[in-house]
Write a protein that binds this ligand. Structure first.
Ligand code: KIV
Length: 276
């Protein structure tokens, strides 16, 4: 595994060389260190933290302070991966000035190297201004969780033809607008594989898919889905490579058994007065 630091500028080359880009979310030091040392290319501190870390039922309540806190934890662990911080709901939609200020904080105070924001055509001016002041931007189109109320839930987008938000032709326009505005990559979430494939072939910048089929230039998963650290529900597009929920439950049960049976602490876990 190459140990060379991944930078924004490496991603276009990876696309050109057809090297798949592996991205995972991370929210704290230990998991960020594990993923970074395993060779993950991009660590995303996603606003998904609202759901998988804070237990909310959407990403909408997540604040700048929340994201900034978690970006700082991940920044301490990151050695090789590119670190991307997510701009939470209503931290960039109000005005370009607000977006500049908050994106700047993720780089300046948090240690992120790029920001991600949701939206296509409507966010193009904002992306352009961020890129103009050298804040690299990753776009995010398709099933954009911050639009949960417009979409009527977490629903696959791009199945219907049309130019309305979430429709097929509109998503193509969104992808092109994000690229033209200067984004260095774009997340395609929850869209048909055929549409993701078409977008991927029409864009020069890499596409990172989640629930968007196998033809994207890279893939991203929420770490809790990838590790099986969820209580039951896992989206259809996510693959669990471990079952940490089960393992942690078994560990906690064994600990309870030992404490209640006075089997823990044992002699090797015990300090004594010196010389006694
Ligand atoms: O917030 C997040 O974790 C994301 C990824 C799912 C792309 O936006």
């Amino acid at each position: 595994m190459a140990k060379q630091k991944i930078r924004v500028t490496d991603l276009a080359r990876m696309k050109a060389e057809r090297t798949p880009i592996a991205m995972l979310t991370a929210y704290d030091f230990p998991f960020a260190r594990i993923f970074d040392r395993a060779g993950v290319d991009i660590l995303l501190v996603g606003d998904s933290l609202g759901m998988v870390v804070q237990g909310a039922d959407s990403t909408l309540p997540v604040t700048m302070a929340d994201v900034l806190y978690h970006v700082k934890l991940v920044a301490r662990a990151r050695e090789r991966a590119l670190l991307v911080g997510d701009l939470p709901f209503m931290s960039y939609q109000v005005s370009v000035e607000q977006a500049l200020r908050n994106a700047g904080r993720l780089l300046k105070e948090g240690g992120a190297e790029a920001v991600k924001l949701e939206g296509g055509v409507t966010m193009a001016d904002t992306i352009r201004r961020l890129v103009d002041v050298d804040i690299p931007v990753m776009g995010h189109i398709g099933l954009t969780p911050q639009s949960i109320h417009r979409m009527g839930g977490h629903r696959v987008q791009g199945r219907q033809s049309g130019r309305g938000p979430g429709c097929r032709e509109r998503l193509l326009e969104d992808a092109l607008a994000v690229e033209q505005a200067g984004a260095f990559a774009v997340v395609l979430e929850g869209i048909p594989a055929e549409l993701a494939s078409e977008i991927t072939s029409r864009l020069a910048i890499p596409t990172i898919g989640i629930g968007a089929g196998a033809d994207c230039d890279g893939q991203v998963l929420v770490m809790h889905d990838m590790l099986g650290l969820t209580d039951g529900f896992r989206p259809r597009f996510a693959k669990a490579y471990a079952n940490l929920w089960r393992d942690a439950t078994e560990a906690a049960t064994a600990y309870l058994r030992d404490v209640r049976g006075r089997a823990f602490p044992a002699e090797e876990h015990t300090f004594h007065v010196k010389g006694v």
